[in-house]
Design a binder for this molecule. Structure first.
Ligand code: ARG
Length: 254
């Protein structure tokens, strides 16, 4: 009986024990950072054929290089990433997480790698301002700051959530919703790339600072990621990537 109890306790503690993310020493010894992103947030992280790429993917690669490491990438649905990081399953995520107090209770944020905001897109004759959204239906990706901020817009008829941002955009294109709220750079790039001439970008709804996220209580890893980011901001790599993807400097004003 005693033995059985001990076994049961041991099994339970494995299940409930917090999983610690790898510390800097372990990461360094392995030569690789385990990073996650989504792969469906153009042009920040997306697939070109089979290849994962984008501003954030190239940025993380450049940061890793500064730290003398390679990256082993995995893609995880956006709304599952905070839990995955909290559970210590990966070292960090770079998938356009805007800083929010609520998220900061669950994970740590590095210094921001860009500043941006949520923006409305709609038909040219549709609701292009926050005010005009009253009585309208809006598409957003689940788990995002667009959802949180759209909830605050007075008088919306319906808020429809989609698993990925391209699905939310597709709903707008198909006329299933009146408007879509997403990242302002993404809206611009998406409308340019595969937009319908009847669609337009509208008002910016809110502002946010976007960072990499990592498990709490991993100060050395956070410091290293910040150091790597600072280094590529100093040596011109950040600027080159920002120009390549956006034709402008997307870094946060000091
Ligand atoms: N910036 C928004 C947020 O923080 C959306 C990020 C969505 N990222 C993604 N890879 N789909 O919630």
């Amino acid at each position: 009986m005693k033995r059985l109890l001990i076994t049961v306790f041991a099994a339970l503690s494995v299940l409930t024990a917090p999983a610690w993310a790898r510390d800097w020493q372990t990461i360094q010894a392995s030569g690789k950072l385990h990073a996650i992103t989504e792969g469906a947030f153009y042009p920040f992280n997306y697939f070109e054929g089979q290849t994962l790429t984008g501003f954030e993917v190239e940025l993380a690669e450049a940061i890793a290089k500064e730290l003398g490491l390679a990256i082993e990438w995995r893609t995880v649905p956006f709304d599952a990433q905070i839990a995955a990081i909290q559970q210590g399953r990966y070292d960090f995520a770079i998938a356009s997480h805007g800083y929010t107090e609520q998220r900061a209770k669950a994970v740590d944020f590095t210094n921001p790698h860009y500043c941006t905001g949520g923006m409305i897109a709609a038909r040219k004759d549709g609701p292009l301002t926050v005010k005009a959204l009253a009585g309208k239906t809006v598409a957003v990706q689940i788990g995002t700051s667009y959802l949180e901020n759209a909830r605050k817009i007075p008088g919306l008829k319906a808020l429809k959530t989609y698993k990925s941002d391209p699905e939310a955009f597709a709903a707008l294109k198909a006329g299933k919703v009146d408007a879509w709220i997403s990242d302002r750079f993404l809206v611009k790039a998406t409308l340019e790339k595969n937009g319908d001439p009847n669609l337009a970008a509208g008002e910016q709804v809110f502002y946010e600072r976007v960072s990499m996220i990592l498990q709490k209580n991993n100060p050395e890893l956070k410091e290293k990621l910040n150091e790597g980011l600072a280094a590529i901001m100093r040596n011109g790599v950040y600027q080159r990537l920002s120009q390549k993807y956006f034709g402008e400097d997307v870094s946060c004003p000091e």
